[in-house]
Design a protein around this ligand. Structure first.
Ligand code: C2R
Length: 165
């Protein structure tokens, strides 16, 4: 029997984005959320992008996390082709430090939203946490795991700074 479709798709424009997007994957793993990670580029593999985005909901995905750098059209193009929530992660580009990625993703025209996160690792982690928060609305066990994750985050912060830390 075929494996069920996981709730989260992580898509990215290039293999080179994985160093950033793997932080989204790691965070989903910590929360016990299954995902599928794929390379899908609006520029280099447009047919793959259209097929993926048009079929994502019917395939059973619930949330899409899309990371891209530079002229980062992937999150917006994907959002235009699916009713699923799309969270965009601006990957830090070499030439412009991710400012180009951020502005490409965040300035969507009214009507087609992409929930845009911070540039780089923090954005990838937070995209996973937002995806978890969406899924937790209809999954009490996951809501508990998310609360526990935040509890561990708080507990890991020392009350006072150390000289040698
Ligand atoms: N922004 C996009 C898209 C897209 O938006 O569809 N496809 C690839 N790219 C980006 O090109 C950058 C450089 O890619 P390479 O490292 O493969 O040259 C990557 O950050 C990727 O997300």
């Amino acid at each position: 029997m075929a494996e069920p479709t996981p709730p989260v798709a992580i898509i990215m424009g290039s293999q080179s984005d994985w160093a950033t997007m793997r932080h989204a994957a790691d965070t989903l793993r910590e929360l016990g959320i299954a995902f599928d990670a794929r390379i899908v580029s609006a520029h280099r593999t447009p047919d793959r992008m259209v097929d993926f985005a048009k079929g994502a909901k019917a395939a059973g995905f619930k949330v899409i996390i899309a990371g891209a750098g530079g002229a980062a059209h992937l999150p917006g193009m994907t959002a235009s082709l699916t009713p699923l929530p799309v969270f965009g992660v601006p990957v830090e580009s070499k030439a412009l430090s991710g400012q180009d990625s951020l502005l490409s993703i965040v300035q969507m025209p009214g009507g087609i939203p992409v929930g845009t996160l911070a540039i780089g690792k923090a954005g990838a982690i937070n995209a996973a946490l937002l995806a978890a928060a969406v899924l937790a609305l209809s999954d009490d066990d996951l809501a508990e795991r998310l609360d526990a994750w935040r509890g561990r985050l708080s507990a890991a912060v020392a009350e006072r700074p150390k000289d040698d830390a």
